[in-house]
Design a protein. Structure first.
Length: 613
């Protein structure tokens, strides 16, 4: 829903777009310019009003207190006269507003929807991404990059604690994820001698006194003072939970806290997945010969047979080698000008590099790329069984056995990608395509990214119904976001629709943030399937199945997969639940029909494009 906001003599508090927080930007004509931005200071009353407005907002109230404080600190006042247009329907948004005085009128397509007064937030979708509301979102900017700094600080704290010095980077990174900030006032007891506890603390701000009660004189003896970077309560993590001393705040104190259950859940480390990714000499020779064959081909060696799909950036055509008619491929054709205009060069480059190196039976192969003055071309493996989404649409939903097979295919694809430090980030039925045998393969790697191990990324992207909570809240995300989407896929395959869905992305995000436990599961979802979905869709990434100490094995060994032939799936000997009818290498009957492309793009001048594509 795109809305228009018009003022009736109003004072607004404004959160600027990310660009105003940077002093060195590129000017329109390519020269560097310095932007000086000094907003007037806010009164205490205004700051309190902003905070209350945020806490009253369905979406923004889910942000961490530190993030809310950062928003308050960034905002500045702006006056609008009567009938001033604050937000124009359909425009790209990049600013968040809080009403301080006056009122605004909200309209859609010229129709008045409501009037808003002081203490209300609007334009909050700009926190997530600078674009109008669409089904799929992309962005490379973020207001809350401080999450990266905080995670790094937490990691540094953990590395300084002797108890944790033998742990791997991956485990420390996960511990940093589950640590929570707690705040204590001057004079408040953090730990009381004799009490039972299961919590470990690291001081990130302030000072505490450690005292011990003298059983003879009933007086507390001062033992020491602790400050930033110091820790206490580590014995509780091993199970010794009777506190032997008091810890008292001597000024406002902030601690990072982790409990024993979370600690035990994670300790045990991750499998050394880097040793699992290998290709034997035979496979290597096969791929080298394959590369030699495809590198000799030219664009005019192919005939276009039919259209397999249409997307925002171009089309996918079934093509046939002129001199070997039995050999057909899928040719993804992308409009260069559209890619440059929408600044998606990096996404396309990432897609090319990741897919070129992906040699998995559960990922569509990319054999080579071409380009001319108007288009980029990606020569892909032809999978003529059709999109899983089309089959789901026609059948309505799948049973347990069918869903288990396709979920297993995705698990294998994720295991391969994650072992290479790659996050996929766009799982949905539309991005799963069946080969002629009926095996499902991942396609469309526009959102995939190589982040390495124990690293996070802050780019907001994905399909709203499949986006994990930590992406919405800008906390940084890693491969665990893929396991969240796996749970969503399971639910959609079993029921025909995803568990979280709203009339627009913001409402969908608000529903997601309420959690999977608020979703009423239909009776057709079995107990074991529901249990797996809920374990994949835990709010905390560190608690998700697939992201624990046993990695993907926890998913494979879950009760819902009991008896499933994982070895047969890997070897391709397991019979798929649905066998597509594919009569020949040029049979496109499993795909929908699409009209011809009449939109002829202008020749690209290659500005901003990679010549080596």
């Amino acid at each position: 829903m795109n809305l228009g906001f018009h003022a009736a003599i109003s004072m607004l508090l404004v959160l600027p777009p990310p660009s105003l927080a940077t002093t060195n930007r590129i000017a329109p004509h390519g020269c560097h310019q310095t932007l000086s931005f000094f907003p007037p200071p806010l009164l205490f009353r205004s700051k309190e009003l902003i905070k209350e407005a945020i806490l009253d907002n369905d979406f923004m109230k889910n942000l961490e207190l530190s993030q809310i404080q950062e928003i308050v600190d960034c905002m500045y006042p702006v006056d609008y006269g009567k009938d001033a247009c604050i937000i124009k329907e359909g425009d790209v948004g990049s600013v968040v507003f809080v009403m301080e005085e006056g009122k605004v009128e909200v309209t859609k397509e010229g129709m008045k929807l409501c009037t808003m007064g002081p203490g209300k937030v609007f334009g909050e979708l700009a926190i997530l991404y600078n674009c109008t509301r669409t089904a799929t979102v992309r962005s490379d900017s973020s207001v809350f990059q401080t999450g990266l700094i905080k995670h790094s600080e937490y990691m540094d704290f953990l590395k300084s604690v002797p108890t944790f010095q033998g742990l791997s980077e991956e485990t420390l990174s996960k511990l940093a994820d589950v640590m929570e900030e707690t705040h204590y006032d001057d004079g408040e007891y953090i730990i009381r001698q004799g009490a039972r506890g299961d919590t470990f603390f690291i001081i990130s701000k302030g000072k505490v006194n450690v005292t011990k009660g003298d059983t003879v004189n009933q007086e507390a003896i001062h033992l020491r003072e602790l400050g930033r970077g110091d820790w206490f309560g580590e014995r509780a993590l091993q199970g010794e939970d009777v506190r032997t001393a008091n810890v008292i705040a001597v000024e406002p104190v902030t601690c990072l806290v982790i409990d024993r259950d979370s600690f035990k859940h994670l300790i045990g480390g991750l499998d050394d997945v880097s040793n699992k990714v290998y290709e034997d000499a035979e496979a290597k020779a096969k791929y080298e010969a394959e590369n030699a064959f495809f590198s000799s081909l030219k664009l005019n060696d192919f005939n276009i047979i039919d259209t397999l799909g249409v997307g925002g950036f171009g089309r996918v055509e079934l093509v046939q080698l002129k001199n070997e008619e039995a050999k057909t491929f899928a040719m993804k054709i992308l409009k260069k000008r559209h890619i440059v205009d929408t600044r998606q060069q990096e996404h396309i480059r990432a897609e090319k590099h990741i897919m070129t190196e992906a040699h998995s039976d559960f990922i569509v192969r990319l054999y080579r790329t071409f380009k001319d003055s108007k288009y980029l071309y990606m020569l892909l493996e032809a999978c003529l069984g059709g999109e899983l989404w089309t089959i789901l649409r026609d059948k309505g939903s799948f049973d347990d056995s069918t869903t288990r097979f396709y979920t297993g295919c995705v698990v294998e694809a994720f295991a391969y990608l994650h072992a290479k430090g790659i996050i996929y980030r766009d799982l949905k039925p539309e991005n799963l395509i069946l080969d002629s045998r009926g095996y499902a393969k991942l396609v469309d790697f526009g959102f995939a990214k190589k982040i390495g191990f124990c690293k996070k990324t802050w780019t907001f992207c994905g399909t709203p119904e499949y986006v994990a909570p930590e992406i919405i809240l800008n906390k940084g995300h890693d491969v665990s976001a893929d396991y969240w989407s796996l749970g969503i896929l399971m639910y959609e395959l079993l029921t025909g629709s995803p568990p979280f869905s709203g009339p627009d992305p913001m409402k969908t995000y608000n529903i997601i943030l309420k959690g999977i436990d608020m979703v009423e599961f239909p009776k057709k979802i079995t107990k074991n399937a529901a249990n797996l979905i809920k374990k994949l869709c835990r709010d905390s990434p560190s608690e998700r199945l697939g992201n624990l100490k046993n990695g993907v094995k926890d998913i494979q060994k879950h009760k819902w997969f009991e008896g499933f032939n994982w070895e047969g799936l890997k070897k391709g000997t397991l019979t798929p639940p649905i066998t597509p009818r594919v009569s020949s290498p040029i049979d496109t009957s499993n795909f929908d029909s699409f009209p011809e492309d009449t939109d002829e793009p202008p020749p690209d001048d290659n500005s901003g494009w990679d010549y080596d594509f």
